[in-house]
Ligand binder design. Sequence first.
Ligand SMILES: Cc1cc2nc3c(=O)[nH]c(=O)nc-3n(C[C@H](O)[C@H](O)[C@H](O)COP(=O)(O)OP(=O)(O)OC[C@H]3O[C@@H](n4cnc5c(N)ncnc54)[C@H](O)[C@@H]3O)c2cc1C
Length: 287
Amino acid sequence: MTSNKTPPQTFPAKLLANKIRIEPTDDSNEIRELVIEIDHADFQCAAGQSIGVLAPLPQDSDEPFHLRWYSIADIPGKDHHGRPNVTICVRRVVTKHPITGETVRGLASNYLCDLKPGSSLNVAGPKGIAFPIPTDPTATLILIGAGTGIAPFRVFIKTLHRKYPEWKGAIRLFYGSRTGLDTLYRNDPSEDLQQYFDEETFKAFSALSPEPNWADPIAWDLAFSERGNEILSLIEKPNTYIYVAGREEVRKNLDTLFSKLLGSENRWNLMRQDLEKQNRWGELVYG
Ligand SMILES: Cc1cc2nc3c(=O)[nH]c(=O)nc-3n(C[C@H](O)[C@H](O)[C@H](O)COP(=O)(O)OP(=O)(O)OC[C@H]3O[C@@H](n4cnc5c(N)ncnc54)[C@H](O)[C@@H]3O)c2cc1C
């Protein structure tokens, strides 16, 4: 077993592309999309899973190694030697030290955001349970992602469309965004998720941030308020699946919101436990 001090098994990789997805209004708002070619033909991963990246340590570091995880953001491709390439979306982490107030730059995210195409790196994994595609093509899918949490749903929706272009069930995507348009994929015509299914099947709702800043809390209650009853009736159907991705606050906000919709925290806890037992709840949540 790998302990916290034992580096994981890694695979040599090469950065193929590194492009900006969201223009920063300041350092910490930048999001970049990276394509990484992994020199290991058997490396396979899917929507809902993440790959690890080992960032080089600064000389004065007391960490044995610095491993951070990034969720798969597109269907992995392969080159003619069978080497897979994996896409990830990385938010550049820049925070203030809680005591000294000094600027702290996240090691892995800044390393990745600054990495030049052609550079070598080491990746680990994949880890995590993929968001399963239900076998029933009439199942309803409620997908909720905030910030970089929208990335796994891009792969999920593309994979779903590839496997079941005639998917009959309702797909409801809720995503948090900086402004209505300035989201990770919505304003990119080649990546607009709306193109994959017809309007009746696929509906996307943006949960706007109350302030025009990527890091601000998302007003999920506004996005849900008009659709509360529709969402509840969908959840109550035995073939509805809910998948959630993004930072921990998303989960916390949703717990509050669903408790409100159902009239009590207890009712929501019981409903979520049922969904989990029936494998109808999936989450990819990180700190
Ligand atoms: C399963 C999984 C999937 C993930 N998927 C993604 C993804 O798709 N895209 C993505 O950008 N990140 C993702 N993350 C988060 C990512 O793994 C790192 O935690 C993040 O990039 C920060 O790492 P770092 O080395 O840059 O910062 P560190 O050097 O670890 O931290 C530096 C400082 O920043 C604070 N900090 C750490 N993370 C954040 C944060 N996200 N926001 C604000 N402050 C922070 C720390 O408390 C610390 O003070 C995922 C995490 C997990 C566990």
